[in-house]
Design a protein around this ligand. Structure first.
Ligand code: NJP
Length: 236
């Protein structure tokens, strides 16, 4: 396999799926990770229908044993991993006192612990290889807050701090760490309907996929630390 082995979490739909497709078109071998096997299969079929390569593993990124098993299976199959895109994420947007502890745990488990678990499983390999690139999809709310966003913002601020710390830790091992902070993106993130009027001027998932590709294509001596992207319609 001479293509770069690229793990993408949350690749069953939205930004993760768009990233998998764009990377496949550009010579990467995407490995799509998420829980919904029907959507994963459909995404890989789309890739293969273009005569491109890619595969999937169904994985709940909050399950440490499952994460370890999946990463080990991928290493056994392909011999190495070149890129990890930590993209899976969820959110609840409500008044602080109405947030349940279950909702708190769910968001923190996916956005923060899931990112940590995948990264922890792969970093020893990256250090061994003396190469690798981690791209974390955080949010513009890693840097700003808004009413009813306390839980989601807290999770994305945590992701930002985690990303920034490990960038400093891994640089000496020749491992790159980048972060993308999107504004509003037209996906199913806040519900099932993607084409309602209020979303028509939002970013496409492909806009974020393009940023991932740009970040990955820098020369070996260059790392893009972070990129913040907004639609023109969004005041920031
Ligand atoms: O969201 P969506 P986006 N284990 O809902 C997966 C951030 N962002 O593409 O498991 C594994 O279409 C889920 O897969 P499944 C956002 O915070 C977005 O918009 O099959 N995977 C699905 O593939 C997030 O970090 C906006 O249900 C799990 C994916 O996550 C990233 O962008 C703005 C999982 C979510 O797809 C992608 O979001 C912003 C688990 N336990 C940041 N739980 C925006 N859309 O406006 C969920 O600032 N997934």
């Amino acid at each position: 396999m001479d293509k770069k082995i690229t793990l993408i979490t949350g690749a069953s739909r939205g930004i993760g799926k768009a990233t998998a497709i764009l990377l496949a078109k550009n010579g990467y071998f995407p490995i799509l990770l998420a829980r919904n096997e029907i959507q994963l299969k459909a995404a890989v079929s789309e890739i293969q229908a273009m005569n491109l390569e890619g595969t999937y593993y169904d994985l709940d990124i909050t399950n440490e044993d499952a994460v370890k098993k999946t990463v080990n299976a991928i290493i056994a199959q392909y011999g190495r991993i070149d890129v990890l895109v930590n993209n899976a994420g969820i959110g609840y947007f409500k008044e602080m006192e109405t947030i349940t502890t279950t909702e708190w745990d769910q968001v923190m488990d996916v956005n923060v612990k899931g990112t940590f678990l995948l990264t922890k499983a792969i970093v020893p390999l990256f250090k061994n290889q003396q190469s690798g690139h981690i791209v974390n999809i955080a949010s513009d709310v890693s840097r700003r807050t808004f009413p009813n966003g306390s839980l989601y913002c807290a999770s994305k601020y945590a992701m930002d701090a985690f990303t920034s710390s490990i960038r400093k830790e891994l640089r000496v091992h020749n491992v790159k760490v980048s972060q993308i902070m999107p504004g509003l993106v037209r996906t199913t993130f806040d519900g099932d309907v993607t084409e309602v009027d209020r979303k028509k001027e939002w970013l496409d998932a492909e806009d974020i996929a393009n940023a991932v590709l740009y970040i990955l294509q820098t020369p070996s001596s260059v790392v893009i630390d972070e990129v913040m992207i907004h639609p023109m319609c969004q005041e920031y």
